[in-house]
Design a protein around this ligand. Structure first.
Ligand code: NJP
Length: 237
């Protein structure tokens, strides 16, 4: 047994696949997200424990963290994009939401579980960032900005923890076939499908495998950053 892994946004996509992969790798998995039905299904698939979590809500994060007695691995996965605004047409509500979920959500959960990660004696934080943090693309300024902030916070966290028994990694996926684009385009399936035109996207399981690989390196190894693209994807898609 490798201890307890906490996965945020575990109700679908990369988070759900990661919960399953970490259970297969020998972790007891704690799953958090808002959609309770989906979360319960995934928890059942991986023999894990589902706890309601809204990473944008201080009280929800506090209640979640209070129910996690031990944490050896935190996977900050909850996140996503909203809208396709140019800077000139930016929808401030979409921007606020993207920053709340991706940036402040990651901050809230990490801050709440950090004492338990240190107490683990071999704690790890794996944050799911994005290619958007490396190659900004047109039409996604708000999401690009949010994931840049996540990347900066993650790298500073690693520096803050030097000398303490906690490793910190960011995995930056490119195109992955999940509900990400459907959420981004607010339910417009046609626009969501158009994103993948000409490129076979990664599967959620591909990213989950990477999380499990990072998590199971010997404790002397810190994989700082890992960029994963679909084979035919340009770096700015
Ligand atoms: O998308 P999706 P992915 N509190 O929509 C949860 C990044 N990424 O798996 O609360 C708590 O299937 C939501 O759960 P629920 C992306 O930015 C993706 O692709 O029940 N949880 C769901 O489980 C994100 O960081 C691509 O609605 C909240 C999960 O987040 C990560 O990958 C490319 C929440 C989203 O699952 C997983 O996204 C890339 C909240 N307030 C980066 N709000 C890609 N797919 O192409 C949402 O570069 N969630």
């Amino acid at each position: 047994n490798r201890g307890v892994a906490v996965v945020t946004g575990a109700s679908s996509g990369i988070g759900a696949a990661t919960a399953r992969a970490l259970a297969d790798a020998g972790y007891d998995v704690v799953l958090g997200a808002r959609r309770a039905d989906l979360l319960a299904d995934v928890a059942q698939q991986c023999g894990g424990r589902a706890i309601p979590l809204d990473v944008t809500d201080d009280a929800s994060v506090a209640a979640f963290a209070a129910q996690v007695e031990r944490c050896d691995l935190l996977v900050n996965n909850a996140g996503g994009a909203l809208g396709t605004d140019s800077v000139a047409d930016a929808d401030l509500d979409d921007w606020r939401r993207m920053h709340e979920v991706n940036v402040l959500g990651t901050l809230r959960v990490t801050k709440a579980l950090l004492p338990k990660l240190v107490a683990s004696g071999d704690g790890q934080v794996v944050t799911i960032g994005s290619i958007a943090a490396r190659e900004p693309y047109q039409g996604g300024a708000g999401y690009n900005a949010a994931k840049h902030a996540v990347a900066a916070m993650t790298r500073v966290l690693r520096l803050e923890l030097l000398g303490q028994p906690v490793r910190v990694c960011e995995i930056d996926p490119g195109m992955v076939h999940t509900d990400f684009s459907l959420v981004r385009f607010k339910g417009d399936q046609e626009r969501a499908d158009a994103v993948y035109a000409g490129v076979e996207p990664l599967l959620a399981e591909d990213v989950a495998d990477a999380v499990a690989w990072v998590a199971t390196r010997p404790s002397r190894v810190n994989i700082d950053q890992l960029l994963m693209l679909a084979r035919d994807q340009t770096s700015a898609q």
